[in-house]
Design a protein around this ligand. Structure first.
Ligand code: HEM
Length: 144
């Protein structure tokens, strides 16, 4: 038993060392369904462009750097979708600190995202898969 364990442990260690720094998830089907990074970027550009005009949450996005926001969101959603990306921005609590965000604003933002996803032809099931991965973030970014 012991003779088997050591080689196994060594092989495992070598496999882990050989992994790329930002490995894609084993399941990158959502990433591929969204058209890879370019597809995600197209939805994020559309989404970010819609936000300032929103009647309830638009004021939050006045003067915000749309290119930067879209780029950060693209990395974040790419990573969430299982793609080979890494979000390197501030965590969600820090990014929204002091905004005093409440649930209705989160809901409004999700509605705008749904409009952008539909406009870019993301299948309804793939919209919902992404929303399911985003939903738990409300705990971090809404005011306690
Ligand atoms: C799942 C929900 C959300 C995600 C994933 C998300 C993600 C992000 C990310 C990645 C950034 C950029 C951080 C940086 O690089 O500095 C950001 C910034 C921002 N978020 Fe959110 N956010 C969410 C919800 C909301 C909501 C509900 C609001 C308000 C209605 C909001 C308002 C903002 C604003 C105004 C900024 C820009 C701050 C600045 O650049 O001055 N976010 N968000």
């Amino acid at each position: 038993m012991q003779r088997l364990t050591l080689p196994f442990a060594l092989a495992l260690a070598l496999m882990l060392l050989a992994l790329p720094v930002h490995p894609a998830r084993a399941d990158d089907s959502l990433y591929r369904a969204w058209g890879g990074k370019a597809g995600i970027r197209a939805v994020m550009d559309d989404f970010v462009a819609r936000l300032p005009a929103h009647p309830r949450i638009g004021r939050r996005f006045q003067g915000v750097d749309a290119q930067h926001l879209s780029s950060q969101l693209t990395d974040q959603l790419c990573e969430l979708a299982g793609g080979p990306c890494q979000y390197n921005g501030p965590d969600m609590a820090a990014a929204h600190e002091g905004m005093g965000l409440k649930k209705p604003e989160f809901t409004a933002l999700v509605e705008v995202l749904q409009e952008a996803m539909a406009a870019r032809g993301i299948a309804f099931s793939d919209q919902n898969r992404m929303l399911a991965r985003l939903a738990p973030m409300h705990r971090d970014l809404l005011e306690k």
